[in-house]
Write a protein that binds this ligand. Structure first.
Ligand SMILES: N[C@H](CCC[C@H](N)C(=O)O)C(=O)O
Length: 287
């Protein structure tokens, strides 16, 4: 039997971004990409990201997080998932603060109120090599896609940033009119993105408000993507379209994003929700 059978999980969401949290600290268990895909097929478990907690690698940290997309690929970053993990670790605690590790480095998260959490996503990376893009780009605020199909060329240039994971942000009049299911996969897999990319369509409503829809790398259409909201605010500030603090409205709800001037860290604040908790049905892993 798969050792994950009957292991406890939490099904949560961060403003609609579907998250499953599995705590493997204190065990020798592991999650393989195949396990991750099997879990996503579970009853009510269709997630965008699976957050797997293991023993931290350094003193003072609460857990090391491995982040799976629902296609079994890994991401080094997930803002909404991190806020859900913070809730899970703090729910019976008198403390309000956690330090989490990912392959991209440490992340702090804290409780503002029972269901409202902030995560410090660290500084963005803005050089083309660090995002990464496939070829040299002088200004990652304005990137054109060579040889694009007409419907992609019609979108105009995009802005790029890494929040530990790669993001491309297209500026549009109304994100609701974008055919995400068609454009998302074509752009995610475009040769400009050697590690694929999360694809955002953003409308700057005012200097304090952005509307956003996201096609996530490895997960597809989501109700919300925290790192995309952070990348979009950073790109909007660099293009002088918004202030350094703005509300980003996604289909699942609002995030408050702030790009702090003194250390360049990006903070993301919003609601989280516990939907249900249970144990993995052994039948999930049977095939
Ligand atoms: N939903 C996540 C991001 C997932 C990113 C993932 N799709 C990737 O980079 O592969 C968030 O709230 O930041």
């Amino acid at each position: 039997m798969n050792p994950l059978a009957n292991h406890p999980f939490l099904k949560m969401n961060g403003i609609g971004n579907a998250i499953v949290v599995v705590d493997l600290r204190g065990t020798k268990l592991n999650v393989t990409p195949q396990d991750a895909r099997a879990i996503a097929r579970g009853d009510g478990l269709a997630y965008d990201q699976l957050m797997v907690l293991r023993e931290p690698k350094r003193d003072g940290a609460d857990a090391f997080m491995t982040i799976f997309n629902n296609d079994g690929s890994e991401s080094a970053s997930c803002g909404n998932g991190t806020r859900c993990v913070a809730w899970a670790l703090l729910r019976d605690s008198q403390y309000d603060h956690v330090l989490l590790e990912t392959s991209a480095g440490p992340l702090e998260s804290w409780r503002n109120s029972e269901r409202n959490f902030t995560v410090d996503m660290g500084p963005p990376r803005l050089e083309w090599r660090d995002i990464p893009l496939a070829s040299a780009v002088a200004d990652t605020r304005v990137v054109s896609l060579p040889d694009a199909a007409p419907e992609i060329a019609a979108l105009g240039p995009f802005s790029a940033a890494s929040m530990g994971n790669p993001h491309a942000v297209f500026w549009v009049k109304d994100p609701d009119t974008i055919d995400l299911a068609k454009l998302g996969p074509a752009l995610e897999h475009h040769s400009m993105f050697p590690q694929r990319a999360n694809i955002s369509f953003a409308q700057v409503v005012s200097r304090q408000h952005i509307r956003l829809r996201v096609w996530e790398r490895g997960a597809g259409i989501t109700q919300a993507c925290g790192s995309a909201a952070c990348a979009t605010l950073v790109c909007a500030v660099r293009k002088e379209m918004t202030d350094r603090k703005a509300t980003v409205s996604l289909p699942g709800g609002d995030l408050m994003i702030e790009w702090r001037p003194h250390d360049s860290h990006v903070l993301m604040t919003g609601a989280i929700e516990l939907e249900f908790e249970g144990r993995f049905d052994p039948a999930l892993f049977a095939s």
